[in-house]
Ligand binder design. Structure first.
Ligand SMILES: Cc1ncc(COP(=O)(O)O)c(C=O)c1O
Length: 449
């Protein structure tokens, strides 16, 4: 930096570090946070991060076992990502969606190379909720039907259609929502609503229940069934083998579009490019965001089957966004997918799930009375915390808060969702760091036993 630059930057306040001192006070005075009672907040002021670690203004360093919102799949500040974003910023920061753009084209090619079946086209959005909005719009126009089914145990985003399809309680303050939004129960053996005692029973009964909902709602009125391939925030509920194929069969029987929401489950999280690939099922639409570029620049999208894309060959698609296919976001997606390939991140995530998280978390479950169940795959695991393993009564809020505080004290930033902690670090976390984080979680669980 030249003397002149330094003077200019001080004058105009472009040196970012000068805002650290006032960062917390200005947050509390002026920043309105998501999903929060504003007066109760005490957010950490994160000033830097690298790989699987982040640090705050007080000098505390944490192993990030949350990947922020389960999106920084490639870890923080990957040098090749930073370089790609800088290079694209120098070339072309922004361009209208009606223009073609080389980075958008390449991102779409790389993504559709990895989607299953004939999902050959991509509509880009700024994030996951917009991807859901556009996927359901496409399904409704394509089928000429109105209703959309989704699971009670789901989160699909907080825009108007996406929050209506969200099954968990966060939808309540947005109700009444989108007309034609209907809910069903997906499989979750540990707290089975079907009184099932085996995975197979749970699978069969969940499919029977879904068929009953479909037939009672009027199958020829249902445009789509939207489901998280592996429901994430609501508990990392890995579907039993056969469930997704069963949903696909119901959709095929009644001409319903199958939309798999892979905003959280996609791009390495489940040890696959797309989680559906694990079960060999081909949906009609896949929504993605988060791990597509680890949120370095906001990006999401919908991967579209050729059949649905063909509906809009001559018919205008009445949907769009000023920043659809933003060059900076797409350049970082291109960089991210190439880094995933070069560094074998999908394979690493699968190995971590099979050889490290799975075995160690099962060990941890054996050891602690407060662990009702552990479940997951890849780098996507839930530890269900219970006050009593016999009744499965969830640990209360004070309990999870004490657990979270103990993790932070030990240098691990946990992801807490209800009575669960989700073990969701970066998909390229090292074996040593993964063990170190689990050691801290293991110890923190002791306070709940
Ligand atoms: C499965 C799923 N779908 C959709 C969304 C919404 O994505 P966004 O917050 O980018 O709008 C999320 C966010 O957590 C998600 O987990």
């Amino acid at each position: 930096m030249t003397t002149l630059d330094a003077a200019t930057s001080t004058e105009h306040g472009t040196d970012p570090d000068r805002y650290v001192a006032t960062g917390y006070a200005n947050d509390r005075a002026h920043v309105f946070h998501s999903w929060s009672a504003q007066g109760t907040l005490d957010p950490a002021l994160i000033v830097g991060a690298k790989g699987s670690r982040m640090w705050d203004d007080k000098g505390n360093t944490y192993l990030d076992f949350s990947s922020q919102l389960v999106n920084v799949n490639i870890g923080h500040q990957h040098p090749k990502m930073i370089e790609a974003i800088k290079r694209q910023a120098d070339r072309l920061c922004t361009v209208a969606p009606s223009m073609a753009n080389d980075m958008r084209s390449e991102a779409a090619r790389l993504i559709t190379d990895r989607t299953p079946g004939d999902l050959n086209m991509v509509f880009f959005t700024n994030g996951g909720a917009e991807a859901i909005e556009n996927a359901i719009r496409m399904a409704k126009i394509h089928t000429g039907r109105l209703k959309v089914l989704s699971a009670y145990r789901s989160y699909h985003g907080s825009t108007s259609g996406a929050i209506s399809l969200t099954g968990e309680a966060r939808r309540f303050d947005s109700e009444p929502g989108m007309p034609g939004a209907v809910k069903f129960f997906g499989p979750y053996l540990y707290r089975s609503v079907f009184h099932a005692t085996t995975e197979q029973e749970e699978c069969d009964r969940a499919l029977e229940h879904l068929r009953t909902v479909v037939t009672n709602e009027g199958p020829d009125r249902i445009a789509a069934i939207v489901m998280e391939t592996v429901p994430g925030t609501n508990g990392i509920l890995v579907p039993p083998d056969g469930y997704l194929a069963g949903v696909r069969a119901i959709c095929d029987e009644f001409g319903i579009m199958m939309i798999c929401d892979e905003v959280m489950a996609g791009f390495g999280r489940c040890g696959e490019w797309f989680a559906v690939n694990r079960w060999g099922v081909v949906p009609d639409l896949i929504t993605f965001a988060k791990g597509v570029n680890s949120g370095y620049v906001p990006l999401g999208g919908v991967a579209i089957s050729q059949t649905i894309a063909d509906t809009f060959k001559t018919r205008v698609y009445q949907g769009g966004l000023t920043y659809s296919g933003h060059p900076l976001a797409c350049a970082s997606a291109v960089a991210s997918i190439n880094i995933f390939e070069e560094e074998g991140i999908v394979e690493h995530a699968r190995m971590l799930g099979d050889d490290l998280f799975g075995p160690r978390l099962r060990e941890i479950a054996e050891k602690h009375r407060c662990v009702g169940e552990v479940r997951g795959l890849g780098v996507f695991w839930a530890i269900e915390l219970v006050a009593d393993p016999a009744t499965k009564a969830p640990v209360d809020l004070a309990g999870t808060q004490r657990f979270a505080a103990a993790c932070k004290q030990g240098g691990v930033w946990p992801f807490i969702a209800g009575n669960r902690t989700h073990v969701v670090p970066a998909c390229n976390i090292s074996v040593e760091d993964a063990h170190a984080g689990l050691d801290v979680i293991d110890q923190a669980l002791g306070i709940l036993d």
